[in-house]
Design a protein around this ligand. Structure first.
Ligand SMILES: Cc1cc2nc3c(=O)[nH]c(=O)nc-3n(C[C@H](O)[C@H](O)[C@H](O)COP(=O)(O)OP(=O)(O)OC[C@H]3O[C@@H](n4cnc5c(N)ncnc54)[C@H](O)[C@@H]3O)c2cc1C
Ligand SMILES: NC(=O)c1ccc[n+]([C@@H]2O[C@H](COP(=O)([O-])OP(=O)(O)OC[C@H]3O[C@@H](n4cnc5c(N)ncnc54)[C@H](O)[C@@H]3O)[C@@H](O)[C@H]2O)c1
Length: 471
C-alpha cells in the first residue's frame, strides 16, 4: 500500500479545498489533495456556476418577453435542451482552472478517491495512506432530503440533477423558498415553466422582510405562485404528476419537483471519531481559527458548519493558510461577509439587518434608505424597483442591504466599508461616476448627513456667521 508523508492534506477539491491547496503549494508546502467526485465541487458542477448560467439564459428570455418602450415584446422561443448546452459549456469553460492537471502542474499530489481517517494524523484514500502535519476537511455539503412522508415514492430533483434535465418541466413545484428555491423558480418560470414555490415559513425568510418583499412581489408579478406558512407533510405520485400536501391539507400538483430545503454537511463515512474530530449535524465543530477538536485538523467552507457560500470557503482558505503554512495567527470574523441572491431584482446584504442591528444597538441605531427611483441610471434602464438601506451606529455602517439590479455587485462597497471600519463620511466623500447604479450608495450616505446639515439650527447659525465675514 503506497504511503505519502506530506505537510498538508486537503480533503475535498471544491471552492475551499482548491483554494487551500493552490495557496499552500505555491508557497512551497508539500500538498496532497483528495477528491472523491468531480474536481471543482458543488460550486462548479452543481451550484453557483450552472445556476448563474441558467439565470443568464432566463434573463435573455425575459428581456424579449418584456420588450422596451419602442421595442416590441416578443414571445421567446426557448430551446430548453440548448439552454442546458449553454450551462454545460460554461462549466467546461471554467473547469480547467479547477482541474487535476492544473493542480498537478502546480505541484500537488492529487488522489481521486474517498478519504477516510484511520487515526489522528492519518487518512486512507483508496490504496494510499497519507500522513500529514496538517489536514483540512473541505468536504462541502449535499442536498438535504427531508423525511417527508412519501418522499421515497416520488421522483424528485435536487441541485445535483436539475441542471442535467433536458426536457422543460410543464409545472415545477419547488419545495423551499431559500436562495436555491427562488433562483431556480424564477429561472424556470422565465424559461417557460409554470412554477409554484411551497415554503414552510416565509420566502427568503432569512433576509430583511422589507428587501425580500421587493423580490417576492417581482416573482409573483412574473406568475410564480408562492405558497407560504405551511410545511409540506406528504408527497405522492398520481398519474404522472407529483402531489404535494401541506400542513393545512391544501394540495399542489405539478409535473416535476425540486427539493431546495437546505443542505446536509458531507461528513458521513469519514471516520472522524478515529481522528478525534468533534462534529454535529451542522458540521465540524471549529473555533474562530477554524481548528477542530484535533488541533492538526481544520475545517473550511460548508463543512465548517457556518455560512454556506463559495466566497466564504475561499476566505476560510486564506485563514487556514496563514496558520498552517505561515505559522501566523488568523481568525474568522463573519461580520463583513456579504451574501447575494441572484434573482431579478437581486438581493444583497452585508453585516446586520435592521432587526439584528435594532436588537444589538437599540436607540443608537440610525437607518437610512435611498430609492432607485431617484437614481438616474435606474430610470434610464427602466429598473427603478429597489433601494439601498444602511444601518449606522456612531457614524459607521454596521450593515447594509440592497435590493435591485446588480445588488450583488453594489454590495461590495459596503463589504469594504464594514471590513475596513470606514465612516459614513468616507462613503459620502467618495466620487461615484455618473450615471451609475452605484450612486445609490452615495445617496444613502447623503441621507445620513442631510438632516445633520440641512435641518440643524446650529449649522444655519454658523453659516450666517461665516457669510458675514467671508469677503
Ligand atoms: C444551486 C446552488 C447554487 C449556489 N449558488 C451560490 C452562489 O451563487 N454564490 C455562492 O457564494 N455560493 C453559492 N452556493 C453555495 C456554494 O456552492 C458552496 O457554499 C460551496 O461550493 C462550498 O464549497 P466547499 O469547498 O465547502 O464544498 P464543495 O464545493 O461542495 O466541495 C466539496 C468537495 O469535497 C468532495 N468530498 C466530499 N467528501 C469527500 C471525502 N470524504 N473524500 C474526498 N472528497 C470528498 C466532494 O466530492 C466535493 O467535490 C450555491 C449552492 C448551490 C447548491
Ligand atoms: N446566491 C447564493 O449565494 C446562493 C444560491 C443558492 C444557494 N446558496 C447557499 O446554499 C444554501 C442552501 O440553500 P437552500 O435554499 O437549499 O436552503 P435554505 O436553508 O436557505 O432555505 C431552505 C428553505 O426551505 C424551507 N423548508 C424546509 N423544510 C421545508 C418543508 N418541509 N416544507 C416547506 N419548506 C421547507 C425553509 O423554511 C427555508 O426557507 C444557502 O443557505 C446558501 O448559503 C447560496
Amino acid at each position: 500500500m503506497p504511503r505519502i508523508e506530506t505537510d498538508i492534506c486537503v480533503i475535498g477539491a471544491g471552492s475551499g479545498g482548491l483554494s487551500v491547496a493552490a495557496g499552500a503549494v505555491q508557497m512551497g508546502a508539500r500538498v496532497v489533495l483528495i477528491e472523491a467526485g468531480e474536481m471543482g465541487g458543488d460550486c462548479l458542477n452543481a451550484g453557483c456556476v450552472p445556476s448563474k448560467a441558467l439565470i443568464a439564459a432566463a434573463k435573455a428570455a425575459e428581456a424579449q418577453r418584456r420588450g422596451f418602450r419602442g421595442v416590441a415584446p416578443a414571445v421567446p422561443e426557448v430551446d430548453f435542451g440548448a439552454v442546458k448546452d449553454h450551462v454545460r459549456a460554461v462549466i467546461e469553460a471554467i473547469a480547467p482552472v479547477d482541474s487535476q492537471e492544473r493542480f498537478e502542474g502546480l505541484g500537488c499530489t492529487v488522489i481521486r478517491a474517498f478519504a477516510r481517517f484511520s487515526g489522528p494524523r492519518e487518512v486512507q484514500a483508496g490504496e494510499t495512506t497519507i500522513r500529514a502535519r496538517r489536514f483540512v476537511i473541505a468536504t462541502g455539503s449535499r442536498p438535504f432530503v427531508p423525511p417527508i412522508q412519501g418522499v421515497d415514492t416520488v421522483p424528485y430533483l435536487t441541485n445535483e440533477t436539475i441542471f442535467d434535465l433536458r426536457e422543460r418541466p410543464q409545472h415545477l413545484i419547488v419545495i423551499g423558498g431559500g436562495p436555491i428555491g427562488v433562483e431556480m423558480a424564477q429561472a424556470h418560470r422565465r424559461l417557460g415553466c409554470a412554477v409554484t414555490v411551497v415554503e414552510g415559513a416565509s420566502v427568503l425568510g432569512r433576509e430583511d422582510p422589507e428587501l425580500a418583499r421587493v423580490v417576492t412581489d417581482a416573482l409573483q408579478a412574473e406568475g410564480i405562485v408562492l405558497v407560504e406558512g405551511q410545511p409540506v407533510v406528504r408527497l405522492a405520485k398520481t398519474d404522472g404528476t407529483v402531489e404535494v400536501t401541506l400542513g393545512d391539507g391544501r394540495q399542489v400538483r405539478g409535473s416535476h419537483l425540486l427539493l431546495a430545503v437546505g443542505r446536509k454537511v458531507a461528513l458521513e463515512g469519514m471516520n472522524l471519531e478515529a481522528a478525534g474530530v468533534a462534529h454535529t449535524g451542522k458540521g465540524v465543530t471549529v473555533d474562530a481559527r477554524l481548528r477542530s477538536s484535533n488541533r492538526r485538523i481544520f475545517a473550511v467552507g460548508d463543512a465548517a458548519g457556518g455560512l454556506q457560500f463559495t466566497h466564504v470557503a475561499g476566505w476560510h482558505a486564506g485563514i487556514v493558510i496563514r496558520q498552517a503554512i505561515l505559522g501566523l495567527p488568523a481568525r474568522a470574523d463573519p461580520r463583513a461577509v456579504p451574501r447575494a441572491t441572484y434573482t431579478d431584482p437581486e438581493l444583497a446584504q452585508v453585516g446586520l439587518t435592521e432587526a439584528e442591528a435594532r436588537a444589538l444597538h437599540g436607540e443608537a441605531l440610525t437607518v437610512v434608505r435611498a430609492s432607485l427611483a431617484h437614481n438616474d441610471r435606474a430610470q434610464a434602464e427602466g429598473k427603478t424597483a429597489g433601494f439601498a438601506k444602511v444601518m449606522i451606529v456612531k457614524g459607521r455602517p454596521v450593515g447594509a442591504g440592497i435590493v435591485g439590479p446588480q445588488a450583488g455587485e453594489l454590495i461590495g462597497l459596503w463589504a469594504l466599508a464594514l471590513s475596513a471600519r470606514l465612516k459614513m463620511s468616507a462613503i459620502a466623500g467618495m466620487i461615484a461616476p455618473y450615471p451609475t447604479l452605484g450612486e445609490v450608495s452615495k445617496r444613502a450616505a447623503g441621507a445620513y448627513f442631510a438632516p445633520r446639515l440641512f435641518e440643524s439650527a446650529a449649522v444655519k447659525r454658523l453659516v450666517r456667521l461665516v457669510q458675514r465675514w467671508v469677503p
